[in-house]
Ligand binder design. Sequence first.
Ligand code: SAM
Length: 279
Amino acid sequence: MKSGLSTKTFNELSHFIYDELGIKMPPGKKTMLEGRLTKRMRALGLDNHDDYCRHVFSEEGQSEELVHLLDAVTTNKTDFFREPSHFDYLTATTLPELARTYGAGMRRRLRLWSAGCSTGEEPYTLAMVLSDYAEAVPGFNFDIFATDISTRVLEKARRAVYEKRLIAPVSPAFRKKYLLKSKDPDSPLVRIVPKLRAQVTFGRLNFMDDDFGWPEPMDIIFCRNVIIYFDKPTQEQLMNRFCRYLRPGGYLFLGHSESLHGYNVPLKQVAPTVYRFMR
Ligand SMILES: C[S@@+](CC[C@H](N)C(=O)[O-])C[C@H]1O[C@@H](n2cnc3c(N)ncnc32)[C@H](O)[C@@H]1O
């Protein structure tokens, strides 16, 4: 396979990725991008990066290939119970406060959005935590929405089948309640129980779209380890757009290496990487 993107083609591709996905692709990432595209080019029977780009920019490519390009440039790393302090804060502070002040989860169903949910570990962790909370707080009810731009990760999330090694962070009590083992004891796989699967609604959503289409605002948004790929103006715009879909007093959780310090947004920090929408 002849390899390498010409500078001109790299620049075209990098603008396209920025416009469509908000993901910055500086010249230092050229080698990484070439490597990630090689696998996809093999599947298409193409042996030249510039031919691949012509395909991406063709009429057919614009509609069909975008989703594969997305998979090549986005990082989908995730885990069950990633950044566990957020789940403690959620049950100890966020849920009681939203119920007390706004009746969220009690007088009406609480709405929570896992924005950039990848293969589903984050929304299913939230479903476990909220289901367990609902057992202790009679009358508490909730809906979880989970979105990603990548149709490949969404397919995996909907299937809800995971390798056993990935469930190490799930406590034995939660494994017993919320995970199904295969009848075959040698199977390396587990599946999320149907009740939890039914609590999460998955959908495709691109953060670069102007309108996210939610008919009702959310009480809580988890958008963790996503905005790190965007530049500052894109992050600020996205946070302001999130506020259009967050109830006043609602909570936003970001990843531990993400911060809104110095941003012009109506979000007030209430704990490390936890913010509240203050109108
Ligand atoms: C690193 S994963 C984070 C998963 C999970 N939130 C966590 O913290 O474990 C980032 C996800 O953001 C998604 N993503 C990246 N750019 C996006 C965009 N423009 N619109 C929607 N999702 C996007 C990627 O497809 C990827 O699955």
